[in-house]
Structures are given as C-alpha cells and as structure tokens.
Design a protein. Structure first.
Length: 285
C-alpha cells in the first residue's frame, strides 16, 4: 500500500506554527552546529530554545540549511542571519551556544550576539585528547570495535552472538563513532555487561582475538573513570530544563572526583593514568 504524504505542505505548516510560537515570546536562546553528510554535503543546524505561553521550556529546530563554499566565519554568519531574519527573532536572541571552532565563534561575534561555548563539546575534546594520548585505549578500542562490528553487520555472527546471551530479547551492542565519544563509552559498557557472551562468541570466531584478562580489567577502569563524564554529558543535554547554571558545579565535582582518583589509585596504574590525563584536560581549559 502506497501512502502519499505532502512533505512540502507539512513543512510549511510546521514553520508557520513555529513562527507563531516565537512571536509570543520575548527572549530566545540558540544552539547551532555544522554537519557534513557522508555525501560530503555541509549543513548548518539551528535550534531555538524558549519559554512558551505556559512557561514550559521548548525547543524547536528552525532549519538545517545547506552550506555552500568554504566554512568561513562570514559564510556561517550569513546563513545564521538568514534563518534568524526568517523567523523575525534577531532582536530576541540572548545567546548562541556552539562548539569551540574558531570560525563559529567568529561568526557569532560578527553577528554581535553573545557566544556561549558548549560544555558537552569541551568534555568531548578532553576525552578525545585522553584517548589519543593513552595508547592502550586505542588498542582496546580497535579490538573491541572488531567484535562489535561483526555482531552488527554479519547476520550469521549476530545470531551466534545472541545464542550466547541470557537476556530476552537479546541485547544489541553499540558501535563507537568518530565524533561522539559517548558512543565509545556505551560500546565499552555494553561489552562489559555481556562479558560472558563476548568471551564465548570470540572463542568461536577465528577472525577475532579474545580479550585478555588485563584488557578486561582496563575496560572496567575505563568505565569507572569515564562514567562521571558520561553522566555529565547526559545531564547537560536536557531540552526540558536550563542547564547553564550546572556547568560550574559540575566542573568542580569532576575536578574533585579526578583529584581523589589520582590520590587513591596506584601511581602508574591504568585508572591513575586516565584520571591524571582528564584532570590536566580540565585544568588546561
């Protein structure tokens, strides 16, 4: 049965509804980011955050605009300006949150808007630096990644892996992706949760190297040390309540946690190496 849907009409209707909502509010906050598809096509995304008439924090995607040419501050500013003017909210913007890319910051300054750095992106940069600097993490990531990929992209391997699980329905492992460190944490957490199934599955697959006892211990260390960062990222990703006031308390709590981990773990141990690297990352930002 073929279902026909008029996407253009639906888009126009939703855009009109958003314009109506925004006309009834005096202040808005903007979040923005750039994204490049697998087809190497660039887009600028813009989301608007505001209190509706019922004083409920609301988020609406304003546009995912196609970007042409180089990603200069001038081009980015031009795209953002067009979107803000389309919704008639230029004078209502109190802040724009974006990552730490210099062209994005310059674009926001060019628009004479208040720039707020993305705390989640700061955490992402810190973790990525740690993962690059600690050789053992890259080695474990590659080894675990091969196991996960096989269970996700080979139907026969997926069936064999599920046969070793006791959960019903069987659980699916997360695949780590390049630009989202949380995906690595979720992948490692899932692998540790299904440790027995992973061991039995790896023993049957000739193409896989079984994780050693030392590597399993390091996975446990990764989860312990990275969990506060994961929880902080999730906490800061809420769309239903304001999170700006949580940044400084979270930074202080994270610094305290990693300082205590450094003082209680054995010097030179894997958790100590990770905690020290993360603490340096926070101190350098």
């Amino acid at each position: 049965m073929l279902i026909k849907f008029n996407f253009s009409a639906a888009f126009d209707e939703e855009q009109t509804n958003i314009k109506d909502l925004l006309s009834k509010t005096d202040h808005v906050a903007i979040t923005t980011d750039m994204w490049t598809s697998k087809a190497i096509i660039s887009f600028t995304g813009l989301t608007c955050h505001f209190l509706n008439e019922e004083k409920i924090l609301t988020a609406k995607v304003l546009d995912m605009a196609r970007c042409y040419g180089r990603h200069t501050a001038e081009n980015i500013a031009s795209e953002i300006r067009k979107i803000l003017q389309l919704y008639d909210i230029t004078q209502k913007v109190v802040s724009v949150t974006a990552d730490n890319a210099s062209n994005g910051k310059k674009a926001i300054n060019e628009l004479r808007l208040n720039y707020l750095p993305c705390f989640g992106h700061d955490i992402n940069l810190i973790v990525n630096d740690v993962m690059k600097s600690v050789e053992e993490i890259e080695q474990i990531k590659e080894k675990v990644g091969k196991i996960v990929s096989l269970t996700r992209y080979s139907p026969t391997a997926k069936e064999r892996f599920e046969s070793f699980q006791t959960a019903s329905p069987p659980l699916k492992l997360h695949q780590a992706v390049k630009h989202w460190w949380n995906s690595f944490y979720l992948m490692v957490s899932g692998v540790c949760e299904l440790k027995r199934a992973i061991i039995l599955f790896s023993m049957e697959e000739e193409s896989l190297d079984c994780l050693t006892t030392e590597e399993w211990n390091k996975l446990d260390g990764i989860i312990k040390v990275f969990k506060p960062l994961y929880n902080s990222t999730v906490e800061m990703s809420s769309e239903k309540h304001s999170t700006l006031s949580k940044v400084l308390p979270l930074v202080q709590l994270l610094k305290r946690f990693y300082s205590e981990e450094c003082s209680t773990s054995s010097p030179g141990s894997f958790p100590h190496i990770l905690a020290s690297a993360i603490l340096r990352g926070f101190c350098n930002r």
